[in-house]
Ligand binder design. Sequence first.
Ligand code: CP
Ligand code: NVA
Length: 308
Amino acid sequence: MKHYIDFHEDVGIEELNYLLDIAADMKKKTKTGIEHHYLKGKSLGMIFTKSSTRTRVSFEVGMYQLGGQALFLSNNDIQIGRGETIYDTANVLSGMLDGIMIRTFKHSDVTDLAKYGTIPVINGLTDDQHPTQMLADLLTIKECKGDLKGLKLAYLGDGNNVANSLLQACAKAGMDVAIASPKDYTCPDKYVQQALTDAKITGSKVLMTTDPYEAAKDADVIYTDTWTSMGQEEEKAMRVQIFKDYQVNSDIMNTAHKDAIFLHCLPAYRGYEVTEDVIDGPASKVFQEAENRLHAHKAILVNCFLND
Ligand code: CP
Ligand code: NVA
């Protein structure tokens, strides 16, 4: 069964290049109007227990462009929201669908869905990881910078789901990765160790620091994410204080390589994790990155559905 749940476990080093090639091909076919109904007659269920703009729209439109269909299954409307178990849900949906994409809080709910079901499961974000975002990010970096190997990405801010997945993805792609976060908000050691393991194979470097300028130095890509992730809304005032020195602003961009690009998974909060001049300035590739979610997700869908 071909799942896409955890970038470290589910994406091989060679497979990553293959996925990036398919994503680039999907983009070309979409832009030039070449029909690519590789998933004709297939159905994807999309379970959301958290909000989404990009992930929802890209998977839904992606399935349509691939000749299949997508069903939006909101937590408010399906029986999971009233306490039906993951076990029952996995078994029922396996009998009707060809694959499930799920965005939820607990990472174990996603792995349980895969364990109990008999169809591919795609992780559309958990509290711990955001692996689908990574393929779009790497595609964007490749489009802007060429070969990924040897580039440096610096992430400033919360050691959250996006940061964890960036550690996994950069190390796998042979990119140096530096994460700068306040001491108590760094990525869990599990992700650092996974990145170090892959970095040994791909020849890249991993730096964990509390100093945003040390991380940003000579970086080719500067990346940040919201300081208050979904589910942490009550901590917002406190988090604004904790992360204020980790804002991506012109000083940080000037510390990076002179041709550095700025990425953000979005949604962004201008004036907090990034200043307006950076996110709306010439180095910012955030809308190219957002569009690439569509092309990357189509590559993930084809890889999961046709290789299971
Ligand atoms: N970046 C991202 O996952 O965006 P959405 O929350 O809008 O899906
Ligand atoms: N870290 C953010 C990412 C949103 C795409 C969150 O979990 O809310």
